[in-house]
Design a protein around this ligand. Structure first.
Ligand code: APR
Ligand code: PHB
Length: 404
């Protein structure tokens, strides 16, 4: 049995856990990261890819944005397409110079793992039987097995960054958390294709046959999504059928269409909105997907994880520097304000751009009117733009020990 001790025990090496570990490192605070999957699995997992301006700025301030700067694709606008026509929304002009950057979440994770390894601070992959205990004491514990050794890791604080299916949230006693959940009657079939993107910017489409999204990962790789039933078996979709459906939904009257190429990855993901509140129990703090899930239509998942850990790092800095716990006490409320605004935005994008099985002809006409208003009113476009590039953070970079 190995007995370990650290200041902050972090469960999960996704974006939330890795970013938190690095923010703490920059403030001289010790952490141990415990991840149950392998390094390869974590890096290869294909996920979303839109970074808000604030997330890009945060990664820069943390000194981990070298590859992002070289390979990230800055987008100053996006398209909303319906009734065969694409409408441009100029994010940068509407937000006083802000933009989004397309850079795969797995690239973010790879960069953060490299940064972690360079610090020589502990990061255990393939940890087994991970559990947490003594959460309401001042010395909570993470237990796990690594190789042949059982470890008992004593901490001051535990950060539950272990995603929606992790162990942290279920370890909180029954009755403490309020859970808010909504599932949607559809999922997304997503593909990566070896095809040069035929548009420089994302295209969100509402078609008679359902939602479709045009995105990309690099000048040579296109990323596309289609609305399908939530439990759709991927076997029902041979590559030719995927391309036919993508082109049917996305082709506009002016002839714009995605370029076809070899499909190198495909899968179906269900969609849900979920919030657990508060994001804390005793000395356990939940961050990222362990506390909340958004449907991908607003591209907010990774960005919420980043803003949670900025707030947590800033509170932990105050805790270690002056023994102050007020900032930790405010953690959940500060995060949840942003989380609920992102939930509202993601729900709105989702319900405006998808066709629900139970929808009526009235509902569909209302969606068209919503999109017509959005793309013809500067006020409506500004509202979308400021949410899409990311609302302002409630805590400063300086409070987390970063250059502004
Ligand atoms: N023990 C240790 N690690 C665990 C456990 C466990 N019992 N359960 C899950 N994990 C790990 C997962 O393998 C994963 O690497 O926790 C990590 C959680 O990472 P993410 O799911 O990526 O969640 P998060 O870091 O909060 O990032 C949120 O990820 O799901 C996307 O779209 C979402 O972009 C958002 C982002
Ligand atoms: C992606 O590129 O994977 C992507 C883009 C925008 C979204 C969701 C996913 O809303």
């Amino acid at each position: 049995m190995g007995s370990l001790r650290t200041q902050v025990g972090i469960i999960g090496a996704g974006p939330a856990g890795l970013m938190l570990g690095h923010l703490l490192h920059l403030n001289g605070i010790d952490s141990v990261i415990v991840e149950n999957r392998s390094r390869e699995y974590v890096i290869d997992r294909v996920r979303a890819g839109v970074l808000e301006q604030g997330t890009v700025d945060l990664l820069h301030a943390m000194g981990v944005a070298g590859n992002l700067q070289r390979e990230g694709l800055r987008h100053d606008g996006l398209y909303i397409s319906f009734q065969g026509q694409r409408h441009h929304i100029n994010l940068t002009e509407l937000t006083g110079g802000r933009a989004i950057t397309v850079y795969g979440q797995n690239e973010v994770v790879k960069d953060l793992i490299d940064a972690r390894v360079a610090t020589s601070r502990p990061l255990y992959f393939e940890a087994e039987h991970v559990s947490v205990g003594a959460l309401d004491s001042s010395s909570p514990v993470i237990r796990f097995r690594h190789g042949d050794v059982d470890h008992d890791l004593r901490c001051d604080v535990i950060a539950g960054c272990d995603g929606f299916h992790g162990v942290c949230r279920p370890s909180i006693p029954a009755g403490v958390l309020s859970m808010y959940e909504r599932t949607y009657p559809f999922g997304w079939l997503g593909i990566l294709a070896e095809a040069a993107p035929s548009s420089d910017e994302l295209v969100y489409t509402l078609h008679e046959r359902g939602f479709a999204l045009f995105s990309m990962r690099s000048p040579k790789i296109t990323r596309l999504y289609l609305q399908v039933p939530p439990d759709e078996p991927i076997e029902k979709w041979p590559d030719d059928a995927i391309w036919e459906e993508m082109r049917t939904r996305m082709t506009t009257r002016d002839g714009w269409t995605p370029t076809v190429g070899r499909i190198i990855q495909k899968g179906v993901t269900p969609m849900r909105s979920f919030v657990a509140a508060p994001m804390r129990y005793g000395r356990l703090f939940l961050a990222g997907d362990s506390a909340h899930i958004v449907p991908p239509t607003g591209a907010k998942g990774l960005n919420l994880a980043a803003s949670d850990v900025l707030v947590l790092a800033s509170a932990l800095k105050a805790f270690y520097e002056g023994g102050r716990t007020e900032r930790l006490d405010e953690y959940s409320d500060i995060c949840l304000r942003r989380v609920w605004k992102a939930q509202r935005f993601s729900w709105w994008m989702t319900s405006t751009l998808h066709r629900a099985p139970e929808e009526t002809a009235f509902d569909h006409q209302r969606q068209i009117a919503d999109l017509d208003y959005l793309t013809s009113s500067r006020a409506a476009m500004t509202s979308l733009a400021e949410q899409y590039v990311g609302l302002p953070a409630e805590v400063s970079f300086a409070s987390a020990g970063l250059p502004s």
